[in-house]
Design a protein around this ligand. Structure first.
Ligand code: AMP
Ligand code: GLY
Length: 425
């Protein structure tokens, strides 16, 4: 069979690579893909991002189903378009993707359905927003309503920062239309984890737990990024927390979307903040929803999936996720992102990547911002590669991953040297 994966990042490389492991799969097309997907066995890049032309491609090439990696095509309605044309696709509709594409939609949804999250208010008027943060005090969190590639959230530790964020979003137009409305919410403390499940509208199949490192620099310093590394499983997600998250967050969300007439299909990613109350009971709140898998969380998660991903996705598309199970490698998988010089503000493109470690049973190199240029592999985006190591412990997985990272060379490469530190404690 032939499959199409939409996207060009490390997440899509990992998804396509895992799908291709199935003997029944002849080709996984990746649109548009990157230099890594171009080189991986059974993967073929398709230089196309237009939704209507992708649907044409799927019809002409007898593609069995499509999996969408990033949020932008989902928010643009790729699932609606494919379904209207009778094509099988896994992802949320444009309406359901609002859980990610509008923070205001997501917060109002959570409030309506009793899903635990920080208290908030939404503003379009800067004066009202300034008055609200004066009343609330710092720390406080300012979020652009729309999609801002992971950059639309300012965790303001003092009021000056909060006022500046309001001005830049509402008055300075920092995120264009995405920031013309802002959500201002209470600051939550605790430890973050990524909780990703597959949903078929009704049934839920949880993926392995994971944790991401959002800050650019060691010890969680520096600016927020899309993610500088991740590992799976996340020890903080104990069986008890897992059960609590399913009961308090995931199940009410899936049921609430169905009750609201916009059933959710696709990967649902809840960004969690996990804390304890004064009695020592665990308190879990939703920081955000994404309507897709995480990047870089997908790279370690896919490295651990041992069941057929084709079977899982087909079950999800057919609405029978309750009939399948996901099996995971017992080892820990840990991925380190190698980023371009200048990332995240202004990544420099064009540096030549001269050396890459060889893939093996315990090491995988997933490409993101790379492309082929006159026979060379060069940097073409902010996050360039994710090197995933597997090992029996977090330490061992980190050792394997960092041995791999030391074999990667390009000018100005940045990476964190402490991925997994929380899980080693
Ligand atoms: P988001 O895109 O909403 O997940 O926000 C990006 C990052 O900002 C999160 O991963 C958190 O580190 C931080 N953040 C978001 N909301 C809050 C909050 N209410 N309290 C504390 N930190 C937050
Ligand atoms: N790594 C965070 C995200 O994918 O949103």
């Amino acid at each position: 069979m032939k499959i199409l994966v939409v996207g060009s990042g490390g997440r899509e490389h990992a998804i396509a690579w895992r799908l291709a492991q199935d003997d029944r799969v002849e080709t996984v097309y990746v649109a548009p893909g990157n230099a890594g997907t171009a080189l991986t066995k059974k993967l073929i890049n398709v230089p196309e991002s237009d939704i209507a032309r992708l649907a044409e491609f799927v019809k002409t090439n007898d593609v069995r189903f499509t999996v969408v990696g990033p949020e932008a095509p989902l928010a643009a309605g790729i699932v609606d378009y494919f379904r209207a044309n009778g094509l099988k696709i896994f992802g949320p509709t444009k309406a359901a993707a609002q859980l990610e594409s509008s923070k205001d939609f997501a917060k109002a949804f959570m409030k309506r359905h009793g899903v635990p999250t920080a208290d908030y208010e939404t503003f379009t008027d800067a004066d009202a927003a300034h008055a609200y943060v004066e009343k609330k005090g710092a720390p406080i969190v300012i979020k652009a309503d729309g999609l801002a590639a992971g950059k639309g959230v300012i965790v303001a530790m003092d009021l000056a920062q909060a006022h500046e964020a309001i001005d830049s979003m509402l008055e300075g137009n920092a995120f264009g239309a995405a920031g013309a409305r802002v959500v201002i919410e209470d600051f939550l403390k605790g430890e973050e984890a990524s909780f990703i499940v597959m949903v078929d509208g009704q049934h839920i199949l949880p993926m392995a737990s994971s944790q991401d490192h959002k800050r650019l620099l060691d010890h969680d310093m520096g600016p927020n990024t899309g993610g500088m590394g991740a590992y799976s499983p996340a020890p903080i997600v104990t069986p008890q927390i897992h059960e609590q998250v399913m009961r308090e967050i995931i199940r009410p969300t899936v049921d609430g979307m169905a009750a609201d007439g916009i059933p959710f299909t696709g990967f649902l990613y809840a960004g969690l903040m996990i804390d304890r109350d004064s009695e020592g009971n665990s308190v879990v709140k939703t920081l955000e929803f994404n309507c897709r898998m995480g990047d870089p969380e997908t790279q370690p998660i896919m490295s651990r999936l041992t069941s057929s991903f084709v079977d899982l996705i087909e079950a999800a598309i057919d609405g029978r996720l309750d009939t399948v199970e996901a099996q995971w490698d017992n080892r820990v998988a840990l991925g380190v992102v190698c980023a371009a010089k200048g990332y995240p503000e202004k990544p420099e493109k064009g540096a030549q990547i001269t050396m890459l470690p060889a893939d093996g049973d315990s090491l995988h190199v997933f490409h993101a911002g790379t492309k082929k240029q006159e026979g060379l592999t060069v940097v073409s985006g902010g996050r360039v590669l994710c090197v995933v190591g597997l090992g029996l412990t977090v330490k061992e997985a980190a050792r394997v991953a960092y041995d791999g990272v030391k074999k990667v060379h390009f000018d100005g490469m940045q990476y964190r040297s402490d991925i997994g530190y929380r899980a080693m404690k």
